[in-house]
Design a protein around this ligand. Sequence first.
Ligand code: SF4
Ligand code: SF4
Length: 56
Amino acid sequence: MAYVITDACISCGACEAGCPVGAISQGDDKYVIDANACVDCGACEGTCPVGAPKAE
Ligand code: SF4
Ligand code: SF4
């Protein structure tokens, strides 16, 4: 299990600093989550202004 960032992402960067394990980084057209690092805490879902991160 891991969170994924959907195409709704507007690349604001707000979620990156809030991830406790540094699993979020900027991708080509949206931010991305490293599924192997994500610990499913849900912090990014709460931080995102557009609801882009979803539990997979
Ligand atoms: Fe990071 Fe938590 Fe979001 Fe996973 S669910 S990417 S650990 S903030
Ligand atoms: Fe994208 Fe939401 Fe993260 Fe901003 S907080 S970079 S919109 S996933």
